[in-house]
Design a protein around this ligand. Structure first.
Ligand code: MG
Length: 413
């Protein structure tokens, strides 16, 4: 077996509490691909990495999102290994580095999954610098004035801004030195927020490489929104880059049929008649998506003359529509929909539908979807309880990076 010259370790073990997601941060999608996968693909695309170790949250080694990231790495021809992380970041780093195959004096690159936009050029520059000096990290100079404060936020002194740099990743070290430094820090019970600190404590000289491009760390939902907006820029595609789509649907209700709406089964004596499960809300959303992307309607894609799709779940229809919309180069902004239904009353079911739809569409937060409901006031087929209707409007933004357009089945959980 050949020994890799540079092993990269992507640390993805954070819980992501500040992101407000119920999933670990690195597994949250950014325009359809997880932060973990995007970071891994970014490092692989430099052609400077011989091996990649993904350190994932405990219990998530078999998560489909982790496996999708691993497949994406392997597809580039880079060997990939998944390791479960520990309670603290430095423990996770140590586990990843220990499992890497790089020789003791070779280089190991540590990168945060939460920095998926790092410039390929900066990755290579950091690596080149570490090859010269043995330890280097990407950083950027402070631009704000920096105050040192007490616990009660009283300013103690103003630091000289010229002396203050903010550490990013990647950080690159000699493998043996990094392991020794991390073990020494662990044996003293010291918690560190980056790997370079361990080397500094260990007396190793560490050099900075100034970042030449933004390399934001995605920590909050706002960071995620901003990163997604950065991937979908109006400037590249002109004024038509933001697009809207409208969809509506109506299904007759018949006694004794299951009532699926918004992907949720409702408790009712009647349910919609349809070639599929008759989910009017998902059909309206699917049509709105197709309309915004300019690629037709669900009647064309899923004709009721096609016996092979009889009884198909509308959640599956929406998944397939999403795949087409992504392939056409779009990312979803938001979905707004209204259900027209006399009975049953929906109450909290609207929240369940919203969460189901946001998850189906791979949206970073459920707040990108709004589901409202109206009765028919007893005046028409809906009002008499004979039908269910829905209207939806969606916004799409065009992706600028053609790599983001190559949506694969792996994108869709
Ligand atoms: Mg329909």
């Amino acid at each position: 077996m050949t020994v890799p010259a540079v092993s990269a370790v992507i640390v993805a073990a954070g819980r992501g509490i500040r992101l407000g997601s119920d999933r670990p941060k690195a597994l949250v999608p950014l325009a359809g691909r997880s932060l973990l996968q995007r970071s891994a693909e970014r490092l692989c695309s430099t052609n400077a990495i011989d091996e990649l170790v993904l350190v994932v949250p405990p219990g998530h080694a078999d998560d489909p999102t982790v496996l999708a990231a691993m497949d994406a790495v392997i597809a580039t021809g880079t060997p990939c290994l998944v390791v479960e992380g520990g309670a603290e970041r430095q423990e996770s780093v140590l586990r990843g580095v220990t499992r890497s195959q790089a020789g003791d004096h070779r280089l190991v690159m540590i990168h945060d999954a939460a920095r998926p936009m790092v410039s390929r050029e900066d990755v290579k520059r950091t690596l080149d610098r570490a090859a010269e000096t043995g330890a280097a990290l990407l950083a950027h100079p402070a631009t704000d004035t920096v105050k040192q404060v007490s616990d009660d936020l009283r300013v103690e002194r103003t630091l000289n801004r010229r002396d203050v740099w903010l550490a990013q990743t990647p950080q690159v070290f000699r493998r043996r030195q990094l392991i020794e430094a991390l073990e020494a820090a662990a044996s003293c019970g010291i918690t560190l927020t980056d790997s370079a600190s361990a080397l500094e404590r260990h007396g190793v000289a560490v050099t900075l490489v100034e970042a030449s491009a933004p390399n934001p760390k995605i920590t909050t939902a706002w960071d995620l929104e901003r990163a997604e907006a950065g991937l979908a820029s109006n400037s590249h595609n002109g004024p038509m880059a933001m697009r809207m789509g409208l969809g509506s649907d109506l299904h007759r209700l018949e006694p004794g049929r299951p009532f699926v709406l918004g992907g949720i089964t409702l408790d009712h004596h009647a349910g919609p008649v349809g070639h599929s499960d008759g989910d009017a809300l998902l059909h309206a959303i699917a049509d709105a998506l197709l309309g915004a992307a300019g690629i037709g309607d669900i009647g064309e894609l899923f004709p009721d003359t096609d016996a092979s799709i009889a009884g198909i779940s509308s959640s599956e229809i929406l998944r397939q529509v999403l795949r087409q919309v992504r392939s056409a180069g779009f990312v979803i902004g938001n979905v707004d929909a209204t259900i027209n239904l006399q009975q049953p009353r929906l109450g909290n079911k609207k929240i369940e539908m919203r969460d189901h739809i946001a998850n189906l569409l791979g949206l970073p937060t459920p707040s990108r979807v709004c589901i409202k409901a109206k009765t028919g006031e007893g005046v028409d087929a809906i009002g008499r309880g004979e039908a269910v209707g829905a209207q939806a409007i969606v916004s799409l933004a065009a992706l600028t990076d053609r790599r983001d357009v190559s949506a694969t089945e792996d994108d869709l959980r």
